[in-house]
Design a protein around this ligand. Structure first.
Ligand code: GLN
Length: 203
């Protein structure tokens, strides 16, 4: 069976390890390139993407992550992890880098001051009921390329336009919100299915 690594440089690593275990996956933390080489897929947790970017560079993980993504490794990123998967970051720090892989532009801390943290029911494509979306200084997806499938949007409210908050491109999955904090593991189960299908394709 597949082994899923959780990038354990910073952020809510433990919550993802638990959510993956409850989604019947084998999961373990990944901090070093040798550990990355031993897993079939990776989750990039929520946290702070600027710090995560720095640590990924200093732990020598940024290039190996990019190489694995280019070879088709499945990756799921929540919140800061979504930012790490974006090809383009708006309102990032000047020296901030991403792994990239999803043809999208995300805006960091996009929901603004009055709305730094909030919760909202989110309809995710393919799910038969809404998930409880927990947003904490979350990014939104400002635009996507043709290969990106939009899985969820935060509905328009109070004159604000609707915003993309979940996407998939091939084996890459990203959410603005934090399903790892809710006890509802359907997003993790979706990712586990993506991982299993990717492994089956490799034969
Ligand atoms: N604002 C954080 C960032 O820029 C993301 C917050 C989160 O992961 N909850 O990385």
């Amino acid at each position: 069976t597949a082994v899923i690594g959780v990038l354990a440089l910073q952020g809510d690593v433990r919550e993802h390890l638990i959510a993956l275990a409850e989604a019947d996956a084998q999961a373990r933390p990944v901090r070093r390139p040798e550990e990355l080489a031993e897993v079939d897929a990776v989750v990039i947790p929520g946290g702070e993407s600027t710090t995560m970017s720095n640590l990924a560079l200093s732990f020598g993980l940024m290039e190996p992550l990019r190489e694995r993504v280019a070879k088709g490794m499945p990756v799921y990123g929540s919140c800061a992890g979504m930012i790490m998967l974006a090809d383009v970051i708006l309102d990032g720090r000047d020296d901030q880098q991403s792994v990239g892989g999803i043809d999208m532009t995300v805006r960091r801390n996009a929901f603004g001051r009055q709305n730094e943290s909030f919760e909202s029911a989110i309809d995710v494509k393919g799910f038969d009921s809404a998930v409880h979306g927990v947003f904490i200084r979350a990014p939104w997806v400002e635009s996507v390329g043709a290969e990106v499938e939009v899985l969820a949007e935060l509905p328009a409210a109070d004159g604000a336009q609707s915003r993309i908050v979940a996407v998939r491109q091939g084996n890459l999955l990203a959410t603005s919100f934090h399903p790892e904090l809710t006890g509802d593991h359907r997003v993790h189960e979706l990712f586990v299915r993506i991982v299993e299908e990717a492994l089956a394709d490799q034969g």
